[in-house]
Each structure stands twice: as C-alpha cells, then as structure tokens.
Design a protein around this ligand. Sequence first.
Ligand SMILES: [Zn+2]
Length: 312
Amino acid sequence: MPELPEVHTTATILNKLLKNLTVRDVWSNYHSVYHLGKRNIKDQVYLDEFRKNVRGKKILGVRRRAKNVLIDLSRNVTILIHMKMTGHLLYGKYEKNTPPSVKGWEKETWIPHEKENEALKDTFNRFIRLVFTLSNGKHLALSDMRKFAKVTYFQTDNIPGEIDQLGPEPLTSTFNLAAFRQRIFKKPNGKIKQVLMNQEIIAGIGNIYSDEILFQAGVHPISTVEKIPEPKITLMFRAMKEVLRKGIDFRGDSTSDYRTPSGERGQFQYHHHAYRQTGKSCTKRGCKGKILRLKVGGRSAHFCNTHQILYS
Ligand SMILES: [Zn+2]
C-alpha cells in the first residue's frame, strides 16, 4: 500500500501538472453492488453526484494528508483519493478503447495514447477504473488492479472525520522529538510497530517504512512502547525522519503496484534493509544477524534477530 513517500511523490508531481487546469468530465467503472448507498464513487448514484460537483471546476492544487491525495478545486470542493492496496494515479493522454461489439459503459476501457511514454503502457498501469478528462486534452487516470481505492469529495472548509482524526504529519518541523514521544506514548502498552503504523498516532507510516525505521533504530518490532529506553526513542525519531525522506528522494517504493504519475517505478525497494529481506544476512556494519519475519497484528514484520533489541 502506498505510504507517505509514495503519496507525497504522486501529490507533488500532480500539483505541478494539474494546477490551473479544469476538470471537463469524470468517467468510472468502479461500480460495485457492495457499495450501494455509500459515499464512494463505487456507488452509481454517488458517482453522478461526484461528477456534478467536480465537472467544470478549476484545479487549485494537489496536496497530501497522511496517505490521501487531496485535489482542491474551485468553489470549495476537494477530491479525496486513498489509493489503498493497488491504486496509483497516472497522468497522460488516454483514449477510450471499446471494441464495437461490446455494449454498455461497464465494458468501456481506457488505454494510453500510442504516442504516450512506454511506462504508462506497463501491465501494472492497465487497470484503469477512474478517468478525469482535463482541459488540456490530457487525463488523470487511476489504475487499481484490486479495486480497493477510495474516492470521495467534500467541501474544502468542512474537513471529514477520516481526515480530522489523523495524527500529525511526521515530516513537519513542528513534529519534534517531544511531539514524537508524546504521540507514541498514547499507546504505552502497544507494540511499537503497530503504534508507528496507527494513522491516528502518526500519519503516513505503513508496513515498509515501519520495518526500515525499526531496523535503523535497533528496536524489535514487538517491543512495548513504555519499555523502550529514552536513547532508543531518540534513535527511532531520527530514523523516522531519515527513512521517510529517503523514500521521497527515491520517488517511493515499487515493491508492489505503486508507480509515479508517469507510470514509472520508484526506487526505494532497492534500498531495503529489513522489509521482505527474510533469510538475508543483516546489512548493519559488524552485525552477524539474520533477517526474520514475524506476524504482528495480521501484518508481517521483518527484523534483524541480533541488533534489534526486544524491550518488553
Ligand atoms: Zn543486525
């Protein structure tokens, strides 16, 4: 699932590309009976309402909050896109490609224009479920193989609960060591990996970056928060800032489906020390440990069995 560095990469690139364009139309085939009556474009009635509210509006900017992409439009409307498991936003010239024998909008498909860059035509970018037609003739498309993404809109000045309840942004200058300590100690008995991944404690950290942060800080993922010594709290705080910034520098992580808006892979997957490195020798200088995998709250934690110390 895209985490802070991936969503940051997408939002930063899209902000430059989309600012001042107008949304001409919205198309989606997300339609699912499991979402009937829900505030999500997978419900047909909501999709019509969504289209009515975004069509004709100017894009003022694109920003990130936690793992959400927020597209601010004129007249107090903001689009919220949570990419979830396999979703990622793509930008380019697309065209509707529906064989003449096929009837009904459900079967319509979109493909990148033949002159578009090759990366957009990659297999991982072919699951187009949502398309915004833009005033410059290009498109913003959402590829989402497993269809878990969430797309809604809200009034910009009326922040929905799901955004309002999120913890602070870890890369802001005001999020200092004291703030980090105060946030994680909201769950004194929690296991540190789960606490770091809890979006109401700190926003934007998920499975990949929590593994890498704990590896760098030398803390075992199931350590109990209140048992972790102060020097290690400081190390975790520094590791958090460093690892997330490194993720951004590498334009995100494409271990899974994530791609940048041009359809290209991020590069952070080539710099993992722990995440999905099970069985490999530890890369920390002087450490003779091995990377092991453990289930924590239904998710896999990857850690070195030697230098990552369990505090419990
Ligand atoms: Zn080690």
